[in-house]
Design a protein around this ligand. Structure first.
Ligand code: TYC
Length: 104
């Protein structure tokens, strides 16, 4: 909607949709440990982060090498659900795998 300010200049009000900030996004990360089998980690990355086997293997190896690695970036509720599902799956299988989220 266009109005005039005190100088007579046309002022266009931003639409509501333009004023909304995009929602904050969260990285979901896997952390390395000495006990979880590599094959289990690859399967987790494929199942919960929709990666093909090659990509999942690269991510697993990065975590193994560097201590942590990013599996995906999601809105808060989706990232949180993925962390919970991964942890539940790992605990049920008896592995200490750690999965965390961080604001991107
Ligand atoms: N370091 C583990 C091993 O040597 C493999 C591993 C990779 C564990 C990634 C956790 O997030 C992880 N069996």
């Amino acid at each position: 909607m266009a109005t005039k300010d005190e100088n007579g200049t046309a002022v266009v009000r931003k639409e509501q949709s333009e004023k909304l900030e995009p929602p904050p996004m969260y990285q979901v990360l896997l952390l390395n440990d000495d006990y979880t089998p590599m094959e289990f980690v690859v399967a987790i990355i494929q199942e919960y982060f929709n990666k093909d086997r090659e990509t999942a293997t690269q991510i697993m190896l990065k975590v193994h090498r560097d201590g942590r690695g990013m599996c995906g970036v999601y809105p808060k509720d989706i990232a949180s659900t993925k962390v919970e599902l991964v942890l539940a799956h790992a605990r049920k299988a008896g592995h200490p795998l750690q999965c965390v989220m961080e604001e991107a």
